[in-house]
Ligand binder design. Structure first.
Ligand code: NAD
Length: 330
């Protein structure tokens, strides 16, 4: 799709990945980027730079995917939709009913509204979680749905409904199966903190870094800026429909990740292997070839530079938070 002069609705656009998608879209000659988000996890601070661009605005009612009439209003006059709103893995694990409502019902609402408003292209944030544990490596898009989690189940449902909407109503677009996304604006406090943030917290406290088992569980870490670009690539692509991996196709173990973070922080703290821990998948690396071929997406940021950007962002946030207290103490 030609995106110049187009109005694009970004559902879940105030979140971690969504706010980067908004930024990447604003690098293009689009007419308007409208953010629809109920701010349960996202926040306006993530959009500070973007909202300074006159082409970008937050939908006045903010917006919930479960409020169909409000969603309908927001979609009026839009040409394309990027749908990222969802509850995350651990949230779904604890609250399956909410997972069903937001991730399945909410996605259904976005699909239905897209058809009603003759949306030219919809980009849906799926997940590598649809694959579950790897039966083959690297995982191609043809890998079976070997999932056992509520979160993965909601993403499979989203994919299947999108497929049916494409066949039944001709709704065009792409579902993107992100691997392990990391980078600035990632949650670094609260209930659903990612492993690298826990490791950085341990370094701050001067404690050994804990890895479960022998730390050999391996993942395909991909930087959020690349993930955001994959959404723009998917919008611009002409492929009528498909699901694509978004990753680097590079395997990094949790132990290697711990070593890299220690090196970036100039720390010599030890790595400690501990028993137990809640791990949902133990090995996952995605083949990036189809995304390169069909939607023109290729990753650019390697793990060292990418993790450095995360470490620097986290430090800047911590400094900004501590600043008023420091002033008060003077
Ligand atoms: N972060 C990852 O590693 C990863 C990996 C695979 C897939 N994904 C998928 O990518 C998408 C974005 O993930 P993220 O990491 O940016 O998560 P996030 O929680 O930061 O962003 C989701 C956004 O959706 C909003 N939202 C939640 N419920 C809503 C509702 N009912 N109505 C409207 N808005 C609502 C939240 O406020 C938030 O801003 C999600 O669909 C997620 O499942 C993420």
């Amino acid at each position: 799709m030609e995106i110049s002069g187009k109005r694009i609705l970004v559902v879940g656009g105030a979140g971690f990945i969504g706010s980067h998608v908004v930024e990447e879209l604003l690098k293009e000659p689009v007419q308007e980027v409208l953010v629809y988000d109920n701010l349960t996890r996202g926040n306006l601070e993530n959009l500070e730079t973007s909202l300074a661009d006159p082409r970008c605005r937050m939908f006045e009612l903010r917006g919930d995917v479960l409020q169909r009439d409000v969603l309908d209003k927001a979609m009026e006059g839009c040409d394309a939709v990027v749908h990222l709103a969802a509850l995350w893995l651990l949230h779904c694990q604890e609250y399956p009913e909410s997972a069903f409502e937001v991730n399945i019902r909410g996605t259904f609402n976005v699909l239905q509204a897209s058809v009603r408003h003759r949306i030219q292209r919809l980009i849906f944030s799926s997940s590598a979680s649809v694959y579950g544990d790897a039966l083959e490596e690297p995982m191609k898009e043809s890998h079976p749905y070997n999932n056992w989690t509520f979160y993965g189940a909601t993403k499979i449902a989203g994919e299947q409904m999108f497929k049916a909407f494409h066949r039944r109503f001709g709704l065009e677009g792409v579902g993107l199966r992100y691997m392990n996304v990391y980078g600035p604006r990632q949650d670094y406090e609260g209930a659903y903190t990612a492993v690298m943030m826990k490791m950085l917290d341990a370094i701050d406290r001067g404690e050994p870094l804990s890895v479960y088992g022998d730390g050999s569980q391996s993942y395909d870490f991909v930087h959020v800026r690349d993930v955001a670009r994959s959404n723009v690539c998917a919008l611009k692509a002409s492929v009528p429909f498909g699901f694509y991996n978004v990753g680097r196709g590079v395997k990094t173990s949790i132990r290697e990740l711990a070593e890299l973070l220690l090196a970036l922080r100039g720390s010599s703290l030890p790595i400690r292997c501990v028993a137990g821990g809640q791990t949902f998948v133990t090995n996952r690396v995605g083949c990036p070839e189809a995304a390169g071929r069909d939607i023109g997406f290729r990753w650019t940021l390697g793990l060292e530079d990418g993790m450095r950007s995360l470490v620097e962002w986290r430090q800047a946030r911590k400094n900004a938070k501590d600043a008023p207290a420091a002033k008060f103490q003077k």
